[in-house]
Design a protein around this ligand. Sequence first.
Ligand code: GCB
Length: 586
Amino acid sequence: MLRPQDGPTRELKNLNGLWRFRLDPAGAGRAAGWWRGPLAGARDMPVPASYNDIPADAAVRDHVGDAWYQTVVRVPRGWAGQRVVLRFDAATHRAVVWVDDVEVAAHEGGYTPFEADVTAHVRPGEEARVTVVVDNRLTWHSLPPGIVEDGRQTYFHDFFNYAGLHRSVWLYSTPPAYVDDITVVPCLEGTTGTVGYRVGTTGGGTVRAVLLDAEGIEVASADGVEGSLTVPDVHPWRPGEGYLYDLRVELTDGGDVVDSYTLPVGVRTVEVRGTQFLINGEPFSFTGFGKHEDADVRGKAHDDALMVHDFALMEWIGANSFRTSHYPYAEEVLDYADRHGIVVIDETAAVGQNLGMMAGILRREFPPTFSPDTIDDAAREVHAQAIRELVARDKNHPCVVLWSIANEPEADTDAAVAYFTPLLDLARELDPTRPVGTVNMAFAPYGRDRLQALGDVVMINRYYGWYVHTGDLEAAEKALQAELEAWAAEGKPILVTEYGADTVAGLHSVVTQPWSEEYQTDFLEMHHRVFDRVDAVVGEHVWNFADFATASSVGRVGGNKKGVFTRDRHPKAAAFALRRRWRGDA
Ligand code: GCB
């Protein structure tokens, strides 16, 4: 799915700003047709933002169910004769959209975009009313899953259930015949690069593809909807250096360019060979974090200022990569990573599919995770669709080197194998060029886990010295070493996708004491000693980049405090230790 863009044949209008907003706790709006006129009793709400923390009101923060947004947009007069599209970069977790009185879109899933061709429902030069109902309920059939009981939401993942219009809303134009999709597959043979491409179009015409280097100089071109462009002396995209070409795709009709779309392209390869993870044929070691889209006031809203600052902090600390834990991030983030050579593990919103673990944490009984009463075949189809949408959106980003299709699902049962086998197959069918896997948690350690064998790499989250052997780094070191050595026997690269300790900024201790800044530093250094002793470990992603909001619980003091930075992005002591290890120059 192509990101909308301004260009010689396309125009883009951003609909961000203050929208009218109203909660619908009784769920009355759909039956009453609230989209049919101005939203009664509404207040102002910024878009993009999670709505939860904007008003100082528990009813909004803890709302469960529908929330309505409305704005009025004037369609540019100059768009007469053009195709007009309304696009939401994200609506969490599901939404229905009306333009004036007409329903134009419905979408499930809070972290991937959707759009509607609204040409027939708007008139250039005139206003249109856009109404959206966003439902934040998590059920057995949503990603992530959850249950609503007596109007209260329970969920099985460790971040706050922020909701709303988290990313930009756009109105854009294309010509009636247009470039609908582009897929590129880059390849490297010595100093020669190739870019295989496939273009989807509507409305006929012929396609021309032109590849331009970063200076705008044409380096290759081809005709046809499918082909391959060869670049001698190619400048590859590589970690730390996000060199990009531009692929300009033109749809022509009788010699006239009717549509034109420009896609940034990085020429790089990804391969798993034995225990190595190769980028451009060279062994790559991941340093960095599991992150969250999370900040005060805004919640999960995309914010360019915060994004650029987070990337600056990652550069400062020497992180070369991160995982989009635990959902697809805004496309702006991937574009930025492309341009700066930051490597990304791209994850779906499948987190919390592990009721055995939750039974312990929430101290209650649950039915089996994968069953006709819980996560069933219909839920798996929702998951499959989430994978399709993720790959469709992110397939062309050179920064994305690995798909993670679930975080810490149940992994030691026949039901889990039956659930995940077709999903891994699907990911490989949709994208044969990137490795894929699931992320393992400690309840299915080496020997019990049955999902890592199905993936291309081993991804494990471990908390030795925190959730087990709490405060005892000596015991933790032995246990960690033993388990990593066992995993190494699998003969695959091991990425430790989480390891971390909750740490209260400003809490100090002369003795090894959990929650103190000194403990976080010692804890991470212990892990690094072990990682350095196990060759197959080629990835260390600390949990987490920054402190983040969670649901309230006895184990969370104002959220999860495993950040190396505080929620407002101040470094804890461990940040300096990581910088010494990862940059080696501090
Ligand atoms: C995990 C989860 C992550 C949690 C983390 C923790 O294993 O993947 O979402 O936040 O542990 O801090 O407990």
